[in-house]
Design a protein around this ligand. Structure first.
Ligand code: NDP
Length: 453
């Protein structure tokens, strides 16, 4: 045991911080974690979990519509926002409690309050100083809102989870995960929804064919997509409505403007100036491959280092750090082939390279694609289509990219990600007997390449 109050002092009880502190404590370290807001961080409180609940919630009208073709006659359902919001809040409170129990059962001391780093081995919380052999920054990120005139009338996803009233007309700004997911939520829950993105096609970085297919499907579901457009100003009218001036000079009157224009690492007031910790140009904390900052006793993981802003990545980083530092088990996170899903409607699931990335790397690719109507919609009468795509390295037959847009894409791609991690070839896919009738079986029955690039 060191002469410090703690072996490890973690700042931030989000996904990464909780995992690192729990594991370190279980390996025998004396650990504290400081948190000034909610336990569980973005994911549990204003991210993945409530978002997914809202996605489920927004899907029911379509289910009811599609049920008619199966013989169910139902009235158009009426939506009550306070019920969804408050039930979600109850579930989140339950999860907050579970996180508290996880920490206390693991023997981690939870210190409530805002932490400031005083020096390389000291943290201040509410005027009390704690010494620690090592400090871990796991403070995550916070939404950024463009500072245009009237920015104070714009909400972020943080506020969207707690709105007093459900808006009738919504403008969602941005073209990343959050914008596309929330446009689907607002639309599905019955709002007149427009997604405004400054570039020519949303979801920059994803496979282009996936982006085009998704844009088509999202528009079919009723979201108005306005690309190559931005907002210039927001003005609150005496009626309480918002008048939005666009970069093309047009105007919109809506009830809510939600910006999903990226997230910034949460480092303000952390006291980094009292240390040798350096910050990258994009505001992320600079770390080496062992998550160590330029101040050797201070480490950082999760969204605050911005490697991949995903909960499972923060968990893996927290676990790797705890094993390396406190279990004599040097561990590195493998950032290749991390599967991810965008819970827009229909979902996107993706793992590995996009076609564009493959081409840029000089890989000769065999491209297999399939675009079909899900069996469920033969009777539901809904127009939704499903898209699947496999990218195969022609030199060695390895599957290097797999993409899907359609119902349960996230669930299906998780399994494919295991196969790709294990180095599966197209011949392995072809030699796998499908589960019939499923949509997923299409991945093992794509015989003819659509093209070679
Ligand atoms: P992203 O960084 O993914 O997207 C930000 C979007 O906002 C981009 O389309 C960007 O445009 C646009 N933008 C940025 N600045 C401006 C501006 N000033 N005016 C207009 N548009 C602007 O951020 P998100 O907020 O969507 O999500 C943050 C991260 O959280 C994601 O990257 C993801 O890692 C994670 N996340 C993961 C989820 C999941 O796994 N399902 C769900 C939600 C979030 P451009 O493309 O031109 O840069």
């Amino acid at each position: 045991m060191s002469n410090y109050d703690f072996d490890l002092f973690v700042i931030g009880a989000g996904s990464g911080g909780v995992r690192a502190s729990r594991m370190a404590s279980q390996f025998g370290a004396k650990v504290a974690v400081a948190e000034d807001t909610y336990l569980g961080g973005t994911c549990v409180n204003v991210g993945c979990v409530p978002k997914k609940l809202f996605v489920y919630g927004s899907h029911f009208p379509e289910e009811v519509e599609g049920a008619a073709g199966y013989g169910w006659k139902a009235e158009a359902p009426k939506f009550d926002w306070p019920t969804l919001r408050d039930n979600k809040n109850t579930e989140i409170s339950r999860l907050n409690g579970i996180y508290g129990n996880i920490l206390s059962n693991a023997g981690v001391e939870l210190i409530q309050g805002r932490a400031t780093i005083v020096d390389a081995n000291t943290v201040d919380v509410g005027g009390k100083h704690y010494s620690a052999e090592r400090i871990l920054i796991a403070t995550g990120g916070w939404p950024k809102i463009p500072q245009i005139p009237g920015a104070e009338h714009i909400i972020s996803s943080n506020e969207a989870f707690y709105m007093e009233e459900f808006p009738k007309r919504v403008l969602v700004l941005g073209g990343g995960y959050i914008a596309v997911e929330f446009a689907g939520i607002f639309n599905g829950l019955g709002a007149d929804t427009e997604l405004v993105y400054r570039g020519p096609l949303f979801l920059r970085g994803f496979d282009k064919e996936v982006r085009e297919f998704t844009a088509n499907e999202v528009a079919q579901k009723g979201v108005k997509l306005s690309f190559d457009l931005n907002i210039e100003a927001v003005e609150k009218l005496p009626s309480g409505e918002l008048n939005v001036t666009m970069t093309d000079g047009s105007e919109r009157v809506v009830d809510c403007v939600m910006a999903a224009t990226g997230r910034a690492p949460k480092i303000a007031g952390l006291g980094l100036e009292n240390t040798k910790v350096s910050v990258n140009d994009n505001g992320t904390v600079a770390v080496n491959e062992d998550y160590q900052t330029d101040e050797p006793s201070i480490y950082a993981i999760g969204d605050v280092i911005g490697r991949m802003e995903l909960t499972p990545v923060a968990l893996a980083e927290g676990m790797a750090l705890a094993k390396t530092l406190y279990n004599n088990q040097p561990t590195k996170v493998d950032y290749d082939n991390i599967a991810t899903a965008v819970f827009c409607q229909p979902n996107i699931g993706t793992v590995g390279l996009s076609e564009e990335e493959g081409v840029a790397r000089g890989i000769k690719l065999r491209v297999y694609t399939s675009d079909f109507k899900h069996m469920k919609h033969t009777l539901s009468g809904l127009s939704e289509r499903t898209f699947m795509k496999l990218l195969v390295d022609d030199a060695n037959d390895r599957v290097v990219g797999c993409h899907m847009v359609g119902q349960d894409a996230g669930e299906i791609i998780q399994g494919i990600a295991i196969a790709m991690k294990a180095g599966a070839t197209k011949a392995d896919f072809d030699g796998t007997i499908g589960i019939h009738p499923t949509a997923a079986e299409e991945f093992v029955t794509m015989r003819e390449a659509t093209r070679t690039v």
